[in-house]
Write a protein that binds this ligand. Structure first.
Ligand SMILES: [Fe+2]
Length: 226
C-alpha cells in the first residue's frame, strides 16, 4: 500500500521559494513512499498562447531559470510520477501549431534532465484505486475535483485549479468516493502570474497526501505573512 505525496502545480520558474522544504517536511511527517507531481511542473509563460507582458523573460532565459527550480525538486524527490499539464505541454502544443510532428521534439525527461516517470497529457494514473490527473480534462468550475470524482465513479485527485484546495466526499448506497484539489506552489508576485491580479479567487498554497487510497489530506502551507 502506498503513502503518496502529491506535489501541486509549481509553474517553474514561478515556484515559491521554500516550497521544496515545505514538501520535504510533509513527506517526512507522513512517511511518504511514493510521489506524484500533478502537472504544470513548468510554466512556459514566454511561449504561451495568451497575451503577455513585454517585460517577461524570453524563452531561453525562462528555460534556464525553470531548469534550476526543477533540479531542486528532483534533488529532493529523485523518483516521482509526473502528469503532463497544459503548461508542461506548451512545447508540443506550439510544435503542433507550427505543423511539426511531436517526434521531432526532445522528450520531457531529456528536456528537463529529470528521472521522473512521465505520463502524457490527459493521463489518468491509478494508485490504490485512486485516479490522479492534472485536472484539465473533465469538468471545471467550483468543486471541480468533486465533480470529476463523481464522473469517474472513483476517488480523484487533481491540480490545475490553483484557487481550489481540500477534500469533499460523495456516497450512494454502493460507493463512497472523494475528490481532492491540491492547490499550488506558486509565487503569485511573479510577473508571469499577472493575469491573476484581476481574479477574486487567489492561489491556495499547499500539497496533498493520500494514505493507502483511503485517507486524503490537503496540507496547507502556513506562511507567516498570510
Ligand atoms: Fe494546468
Amino acid at each position: 500500500m502506498s503513502r503518496v505525496l502529491i506535489i501541486s502545480d509549481t509553474h517553474c520558474p514561478g515556484m515559491r521559494r521554500g516550497y521544496v522544504d515545505f514538501l520535504k517536511r510533509v513527506a517526512e511527517r507522513w512517511n511518504i513512499n511514493r510521489v506524484v507531481h500533478i502537472g504544470d511542473l513548468v510554466d512556459w509563460a514566454s511561449i504561451s498562447f495568451h497575451e503577455k507582458s513585454p517585460s517577461l523573460s524570453n524563452a531561453t532565459r525562462e528555460y534556464q531559470k525553470a531548469r534550476r527550480q526543477v533540479a531542486s525538486l528532483a534533488r529532493a524527490f529523485p523518483k516521482a510520477d509526473w502528469l503532463i499539464g497544459n503548461h508542461d505541454a506548451l512545447t508540443e502544443r506550439q510544435a503542433l501549431t507550427a505543423g511539426l510532428p511531436v517526434q521531432v521534439l526532445r522528450d520531457y525527461q531529456d528536456m528537463w534532465d529529470i528521472g521522473w516517470r512521465v505520463h502524457p497529457r490527459f493521463s489518468k494514473l491509478q494508485i490504490d484505486g485512486v485516479i490522479y490527473s492534472h485536472g484539465d480534462c473533465g469538468r471545471g468550475g467550483q468543486d471541480a475535483a468533486f465533480k470529476q470524482a463523481k464522473d469517474n465513479f472513483r476517488s480523484t485527485v487533481v491540480g490545475h485549479f490553483h484557487s481550489q484546495a481540500g477534500v469533499r466526499w460523495w456516497a450512494n448506497p454502493e460507493f463512497r468516493v472523494f475528490g481532492m484539489s491540491v492547490g499550488c506552489g506558486i509565487d503569485s508576485s511573479k510577473l508571469q502570474f499577472d493575469y491573476g491580479r484581476k481574479l477574486s479567487a487567489k492561489p491556495i498554497l499547499g500539497c496533498g497526501v493520500v494514505i493507502d487510497g483511503q485517507r486524503p489530506v490537503f496540507e496547507p502551507w502556513l506562511l507567516r505573512s498570510r
